[in-house]
Design a protein around this ligand. Structure first.
Ligand code: SF4
Length: 761
């Protein structure tokens, strides 16, 4: 494909022109004789940094940064360690099966494992109905695989019960985006940040969760942008902010309503933008009238003068940017929190221009693409709605089935767990998820899985969830397959294959196609490659709001990434979907939606007087199934801890027991003024007795069904000894691979290697 056919589509896009197998753009040679550099992207977070995998004699031996538009030669600690997964001694090399619930997992041939899966699917569906077998997917898979997950559930299994782990991190933002803008997409490429004057970072610890994205924020700062960080913790980015809004967890909507109150009161709204491009301002204006700085200060635990200052900073700037993350979204009113933030952007016309932007930072590598093409319980490919007769008819036509045979929408991931416990779902296929670490209220999660009659899990390491499955299918890491991912900007990029899978491991799409064939639906799953799946996906998405029809592998490689929607082959993509004040509701206007602040599900009380909030740390990724096995990352952060304020009377390293209504865990203390006195923080990447989700509440946002990970009531007390961190599960006959590093002393501050908690004077 020539460059001319794909014009430069966004600021910064098009710098990179490397095709598969090419050399680094900077022309330095890191290669030895016989070594190949395979251009691809990181497997971890939603930034999707470009990297080269160094390959020699069929093995990935290292990584080099890639001068891709997204990261411009930068990688974070997870990125430089990612390649160590490929030939890791913990990899699953063949299928495992147990003969009874209490029996051990043992190696079996693929034939035996697949026969068992198919016979259990048939037995359960014959006995209890098609919906009694469920599917749970994940958003770290390529878009092709996530598309196939939805199709597999609805066409091969014909069950309504499919959902995915994006339910835990992306869906509140997605629902709010759809309601406000008519499309679930970020407003701008990150390069636009360089032109902004005021940035509000809402509930996202960017420096640890999306380290390489910091270059855009620092770039804006270098050009004079003012920074506001809204977070109960003084995170690394908060330490550098002009205004750190250290609100109480669970009070976000009140804060943004208060901000908008001041903006409206002081005549700082953009009346022309409101009149020409929005609907519903009056109801929002009337609602925020009651959110005076004084009242909001009391709700949020803030000085009312800070609310005034932040509102004036934003309201008087020409170009503002709102970036948010799970701190805003993982709440009982997560969707409304996001809407309250969007209301501020809409009222001031801060959308659709360079420097005037908006977007959520997606946690998983394909957090965006993984929620667009059908593995969500209510969605069909192209962002289509499973309840819409026209959408159903279109997709059924592409799939070659009767619309009547397409199941109706199902339930969310955590609701499925409850249905498992209740006997409504009796069998489960899991791929690319680890609910035994990632879901809230672990006691309920375990009860759900224990009630299953049959559970098959596919993974490349034996996760805590796979370790309790009846059948475990060995799958591949990202370097062993190709396919598309969509990063937090809405930019579609491509992972390239570097090496063959080890042992008998198979890709997730091969596993689904083979199961479909054995279930009698092979004619609907004839795919021999990800490219063939993409060809069907493009057609299935055509005409939908998430239109990928014009996106091909060649186009992605030639341009450095294509922003969807991209409806035709000669379309350049859509880096700024809201350019010119155009939105995706039928009338082209955005929607204001009035929000009243509501308290979290578990407000503090006499028995549980503190708030527990949870989050990530730079060395680990989500449930930790990958990063808890990588030596440098384990060395950097070997265990979880609890951050407590000095006023609670503990010393660094003290065993501190965190107790909620669901359980208690004893962590070493990190005593720091970087946390509010009424709040404690625990990172959530670890499993078993030290899992933060032993403690969290499983209250769900009523719209998005996202759990309220970010706040529940707790108390802390001096413990006896810190709870030990369990080793990652291993296949039978294998012992965990552990790095030969000095164990961290129990009395030492657990996170000192990261330099966290440096707010003390
Ligand atoms: S910032 Fe995200 S995508 Fe980039 S290297 Fe780190 S984990 Fe990977």
């Amino acid at each position: 494909m020539s460059e001319a056919r794909y014009p430069v589509v966004a600021p910064g896009v098009g710098d990179f022109r490397g095709a598969a197998g090419s050399e680094p753009a900077a022309h330095w040679k890191a290669t030895a004789a016989g070594e190949r550099l395979v251009p691809t992207h990181c497997c971890f977070c939603g930034v999707q940094c470009g990297m080269y995998l160094r390959v020699t004699e069929g093995r990935v031996i290292g990584v080099e940064p890639r001068n891709h538009d997204i990261n411009k030669l930068r990688l974070c600690p997870k990125g430089v360690s990612a390649y160590q997964q490929v030939h890791h001694p913990d990899r699953l090399l063949g299928p495992l099966m147990r003969d009874s619930r209490d029996g051990p997992l043992r190696p079996v041939p693929w034939e035996a494992a697949l026969d068992r899966v198919v016979s259990e699917v048939r037995r359960i569906q014959d006995a209890y109905g098609r919906d009694a077998f469920g599917v749970l997917g994940g958003a770290s898979m390529t878009t092709e695989k996530t598309y196939l997950m939805g199709k597999f559930a609805r066409v091969a299994l014909r069950t309504r019960h499919i959902d995915y782990n994006g339910r835990l991190c992306m869906v509140s933002a997605a629902a709010a985006n759809k309601k406000a803008f008519g499309i679930d997409r970020a407003g701008n490429p990150w390069a636009d940040l360089l032109e902004t004057e005021v940035i509000v970072v809402a509930g996202t610890n960017i420096a640890e969760c999306f380290p390489v994205a910091m270059q855009y924020f620092w770039g804006a700062r270098d050009r004079g942008a003012r920074l506001v960080v809204v977070d109960p913790r003084e995170t690394a980015i908060a330490r550098t902010a002009d205004e750190h809004v250290r609100l109480r967890p669970g009070t976000d909507a009140a804060f943004y309503n208060g901000m908008l109150h001041v903006i409206a009161r002081d005549g700082l709204t953009d009346e022309r933008f409101i009149a020409e491009h929005t609907v519903g301002w009056e109801a929002v204006r009337d609602t925020v009238a009651a959110y005076t700085p004084q009242r909001v200060g009391e709700i949020c635990g803030l000085d009312p003068r800070q609310i005034e200052r932040v509102a004036h900073l934003w309201g008087r700037a020409r170009r503002c940017w709102a970036a948010h993350g799970r701190g805003l979204e993982q709440h009982l009113q997560g969707v409304e929190n996001v809407l309250s933030c969007i209301n501020v952007s809409l009222a001031t016309g801060q959308l659709g221009r360079p420097g005037a932007g908006y977007g959520t930072l997606t946690g998983q590598g394909n957090g965006q693409g993984g929620r667009e093409h059908g593995q969500k319980s209510d969605m069909l490919p192209g962002g289509r709605d499973l309840s819409n007769p026209e959408h159903r008819a279109y997709v059924a036509g592409v799939w070659g089935i009767d619309e009547a045979d397409l199941p109706q929408k199902g339930t969310s991931m955590h609701e499925m767990i409850l249905q498992m416990a209740a006997g409504e779902i009796r069998g489960l296929l899991g791929m690319c998820n680890n609910p035994f670490v990632s879901l809230p209220n672990q006691g309920v999660v375990r009860a759900g899985y224990e009630a299953l009659e049959f559970h098959v899990q596919a993974d490349f390491f034996l996760s805590e969830t796979a370790a309790r499955a009846d059948v475990v299918l060995p799958s591949t890491v990202w370097a062993e397959d190709e396919g598309l991912m969509t990063n937090g900007e809405g930019r579609v990029i491509k992972h390239n294959k570097a090496v063959e899978p080890p042992g008998e491991a198979r890709t997730d799409w091969q596993i689904m196609c083979e199961l479909a064939r054995r279930l009698g639906a092979g004619d609907k799953f004839p795919f021999q490659s990800p490219a063939e799946i993409l060809d069907e996906l493009r057609v299935a998405s055509k005409g939908g709001v998430a239109d990928y029809y014009g996106i091909t592998y060649d186009k992605v490689e030639a341009t450095g990434g294509v922003f969807w929607p991209c409806p035709t082959l000669d379309h350049p993509g859509t880096p700024r979907p809201f350019e010119g004040g155009r939105f995706y509701h039928p009338d082209g206007k955005a929607r204001f939606i009035a929000v009243e602040w509501r308290p979290p599900a578990e407000p503090p009380d006499g028995e549980f007087p503190l708030r527990l909030t949870t989050g990530r740390t730079v060395a680990h990724f989500l449930s930790g199934n990958q990063t808890r096995r990588l030596p440098g990352l384990v060395e950097q952060t070997p265990r979880p801890w609890v951050e407590v304020h000095p006023s609670l009377g503990f010393a660094d390293g003290d065993p501190v027991r965190v107790i909620t209504r669901r359980g208690g865990v004893t962590y070493p203390a990190l005593v720091t003024e970087a946390i509010r006195p009424d709040t404690v923080f625990v990172p959530y990447h670890w499993a078993g007795a030290v899992a933060a989700n032993v403690l969290t509440v499983d209250a769900l946002d009523p719209i998005s069904k996202m759990p309220e990970f970010k706040v529940c009531a707790c108390r802390v007390e001096r413990g006896q000894a810190v709870d030990p961190v369990p080793e990652p599960p291993m296949p039978p006959g294998e012992r965990p691979y552990r790095p030969e590093t000095e164990p961290l002393g129990e009395r030492r501050s657990p996170t000192s290697p990261q330099g966290r908690g440096t707010a003390e004077s």
